[in-house]
Design a protein around this ligand. Structure first.
Ligand code: GTP
Ligand code: SPV
Ligand code: MN
Length: 591
């Protein structure tokens, strides 16, 4: 969106604040050359060709996957590294026990040492980006300096990147989040992801993949933005945003927070089951949501991102046909396997067979999965069949319901509704989920993941819960809050709920609750649908399974309440008293 007077100004002359920071970083990192990225298709093509020539990228089957490419990260660099991710506030208490902390002085000393001369012989790319629609007052800009062309390609898909972002930075008086990134030697012992919320800056060294390296995403749009949002009175959340229109034509937007690899991308673009004709689904976002109270007393949301960095395994024509169709052109795949036809392959794709695994070796089942469990696709949101132009609306979309959820084989029922906003904040704070391959470390371990923000909140969770209460107090028409669990398992270890498109059955109950039309039974933990309140038409499910999915086991919940109490106590005096009074109410109702 270059404005006419600026179209011919060299990028480095648009914002003196950006130019002087680039000069400062260049002095520290000593690159061989500096390239200011304009985000043009010609630039993308050039970067792709350079990476292909260096064998860091390869084209896929040009007939079946036009303009698609595969990249492989370093085998030790395949996921976010929570143990190496730090929030560097002056006071440790402000980062809270939910974060790893280092003092800003120590962190700067460490990072200056790592960055010193690290770009010798390399290109320094200047990547200006805007999180959110270019013309939205809710959007925020940043500049990522990186020495990875692969990162530039990803940032070009995931954000509004280039000249327009730089122009907005200049128009905003030179305010932007400073993100410095180098892949370094990809040595896990020299890998750190540092955040300086008080300085609005990020420094990432030693990784080239995902949330560690695409700094606009988790580092800026969640960790730094959540800190800013607290002082400015809004919310930066790990949530999808989806619009649902019922057959009567009523349209509602819903924002859902599930931890990493727990179903956001899938829900954001779900396809209604055949037995629910007339429903329409509109994807606004699949991972991050910025919400502000609007003048009408509702919460209004924008998706700060412009693309999806989605989990490949499990994406098939049966589970997520929209995603399956959207990644057939113009998509960058990382750490997937390949078929004999040079097509991408992963577990759950539903057809074909791998011949080359994610490491580039001939596929051998003895080596484990063919695609890495955290292999992903990067694709522009406009390729999504359920994309809506509302994703570009500078005002955002109004949110009717907020949904929290986790991956829990037991305890949490399929769905329940919080009694009110304050109770809903407790429900969100209490989210627990099994860990997934999205971060390094053990998989399948249940841990508390408040609002699905455990790895992403840039400050003390105690203050964060209070901030949620404060935002709710400002809303005349707050969204209803719900909790869901698509992952409850039977004794045989199989999921009890079919999930995916059938999740619309649960969402439609929520929207009927919002409209005041659906029934529910009050339980100790909140309001649950009775089996007759759920639209189960056309679904092959035993009544006993539905009963089980909608059951609240008193003993298990009493234990759960005790665990939530000790979890809240981890945040000491920062935990709002209201959280404890809500918990006591639940406990009393449990009897
Ligand atoms: P991040 O991008 O890491 O934040 O993850 P996400 O929350 O967007 O997760 P995603 O939708 O990519 O889902 C991750 C995995 O969960 C995939 O393997 C999906 O196939 C699986 N999944 C998603 N929805 C469902 C569901 O409703 N039921 C079941 N059983 N699995 C699901
Ligand atoms: C997540 O882990 O929640 C992701 C992928 O969405 S990453 O960008 O690596 O954080
Ligand atoms: Mn995510």
């Amino acid at each position: 969106m270059a404005t006419a007077p600026n179209a011919f100004i060299p990028l480095q002359d648009i914002s003196p604040q950006v130019a002087s920071w680039v000069a400062q970083v260049a002095q520290l990192t000593e690159p061989a050359r500096i390239l200011w990225c304009d985000g043009s298709p010609a630039e993308t093509a050039r970067l792709r060709n350079e990476l292909i020539a260096r064998k860091e990228l390869a084209p896929l089957n040009e007939k079946t996957f036009p303009d698609c490419h595969i990249a492989r990260s370093h085998p030790s660099d395949v996921a976010r590294v929570e143990h190496l991710t730090f929030i560097c506030t002056t006071n440790q208490e402000d980062a809270g026990p939910n974060n790893h902390w280092m003092s800003p002085a120590d962190a700067h000393a460490k990072m200056d040492g790592l960055f010193k001369g690290c770009m010798k012989g390399r290109t320094l790319y200047v990547v200006p980006y805007c999180m959110g629609p270019i013309d939205s007052p809710y959007s925020r800009c940043g500049v990522e300096i990186t020495d990875s062309a692969y990162v530039v390609l990803n940032m070009g898909i995931m954000t509004r990147m280039g000249r327009a972002a730089l122009e907005r930075i200049a128009a905003d008086g030179g305010n932007f989040v400073r993100g410095l990134h180098s892949t370094g030697e990809l040595d896990p012992n020299r890998r750190f992801i540092m955040h300086f919320p008080e300085e609005l800056s990020i420094q990432s060294f030693g990784s080239g993949y995902g949330g560690n390296a695409l700094l606009g995403k988790k580092c800026h749009a969640l960790r730094i933005a959540s800190y800013q949002a607290r002082t400015e009175g809004w919310l930066a959340e790990h949530m999808l945003i989806v619009g649902l229109k019922n057959p009567q034509g009523e349209l509602h937007y819903v924002a859902c927070a599930f931890p990493s690899a727990c179903g956001k991308t899938n829900l954001a673009m779900l396809i209604p089951p055949d037995s629910m004709p007339g429903w329409e689904v509109f994807t606004v976002g699949d991972d991050i949501c910025w919400m502000q109270p609007g003048p009408d007393g509702r919460l209004w949301a924008i998706n700060p991102e412009a693309g999806y960095f989605g989990v490949a395994p499990g994406t098939g024509p049966k589970t997520n046909k929209n995603a399956f169709d959207m990644i057939r052109k113009d998509t960058l795949f990382t750490n997937v396997a390949l078929t004999a036809n040079n097509e991408p392959w992963w577990e759950g794709i539903g057809n074909g067979a791998p011949v080359t695994d994610w490491l580039g070796r001939p596929y051998d089942a003895k080596n484990g999965p063919a695609a890495h469990p955290n292999s992903r696709f990067t694709v522009s949101a406009v390729h999504n069949p359920s994309y809506t132009k509302e994703a570009e609306n500078p005002k955002g979309v109004p949110i009717s319901a907020i949904v929290f959820g986790g991956r829990r084989r037991e305890i949490a029922p399929l769905v329940y509704e919080a009694r009110n906003w304050q109770h809903g904040v407790l429900v969100g704070a209490s989210v627990a989920s099994e860990t997934t391959a999205a971060a390094t470390g053990a998989v399948g371990v249940v841990r508390r993941d408040s609002m699905a923000m455990k790895p992403f909140c840039g400050y003390n969770f105690g203050d964060y819960f209070q901030h949620w209460l404060n935002v709710g107090a400002k809303l005349k028409n707050p969204p209803k809050i719900f909790h869901v669990n698509w992952f409850r398992q039977g004794a045989d270890g199989k999921f009890l709920w079919p999930g995916f498109g059938d999740n619309l059955r649960v969402l439609s109950w929520m929207l009927e609750r919002v409209a005041g039309r659906a029934g529910a039974q009050e339980t100790a933990i909140g309001n649950l649908p009775r089996p007759i309140d759920l639209n189960l038409k056309g679904l092959d499910i035993q009544p006993a399974v539905v009963e089980e999915l909608l059951s609240v086991k008193q003993d298990a919940w009493r234990k759960e309440v005790a665990e939530i109490r000790s979890y809240l106590a981890e945040y000491g005096s920062r935990t709002p008293g209201a959280m404890y009074s809500e918990l006591e109410e639940v406990e009393q109702r449990l009897g």
